[in-house]
Design a protein around this ligand. Sequence first.
Ligand SMILES: C[S@@+](CC[C@H](N)C(=O)[O-])C[C@H]1O[C@@H](n2cnc3c(N)ncnc32)[C@H](O)[C@@H]1O
Length: 244
Amino acid sequence: MRHGALVAADVTGVAGKGTGGARAERVRLRTARGRSASSQRWLHRQLNDPYVQEARRLGYRSRAAFKLLQLDERFGLLRPGMRVVDLGAAPGGWTQVATARVGGSGLVIALDMVAMDPVAGALVLEADFMEEAGLGAVLNALAGTADLVLSDMAAPTTGHAPTDYLRTSALCEAAYDLAEQVLAPDGAFVAKVFRGGSEAGLLARMKRSFATVRHAKPDASRPRSPETYVVARGFRGPPAVEQS
Ligand SMILES: C[S@@+](CC[C@H](N)C(=O)[O-])C[C@H]1O[C@@H](n2cnc3c(N)ncnc32)[C@H](O)[C@@H]1O
């Protein structure tokens, strides 16, 4: 937990320091030989991104860890002893944050369709969540309720905004179906969605089942990225099935 507190302080530091300070000195690429323009742009951005540098310094596997830390700071999502499902977990930044915050008395189930190195304190599953086996693996491992369902799942972007929006919405909706099924009373759901926020039908479902539903883009989310997060808290239980 001490590690988590230290990190939270550092996050503010990163956001506050921006590109100032010695650590943020800009790195210039000396040679572009053999690199495409897009991979050159990616490398340049990585080398000059303070969150990438900070993630490396603190031992996080991804800069994405800071997105969850910042969402947690704002919404108070993670507490010791919680049972957490982390979907789209690889390479494991969110899993590292979640295991540190829930501690030894909690449970973190991390699933991804690509292989991921173990994280101490987490149960790591490799499966496609959009297939029955993926959902089954999570339900099996959970064997009960969850207090928080996280989804940072993202399909590779195509560059065609409507397609990317639909694919990310489908992942969010699948995660939400799980949340409605397993969340304990007062539980929470956090998922990545693309510009435009949650799809209208899904948002209406969330508003019926949760006390509050908000959209938030943490500082660590790149301004140019279309991603944002939906944060639903205070689960009231799934809506009653209407009798005809
Ligand atoms: C942005 S990355 C997650 C980063 C992670 N939260 C972290 O902190 O390191 C998105 C992940 O979603 C995963 N993903 C996409 N579709 C998935 C699916 N159908 N089932 C499981 N994982 C999926 C990808 O494999 C990728 O690892």
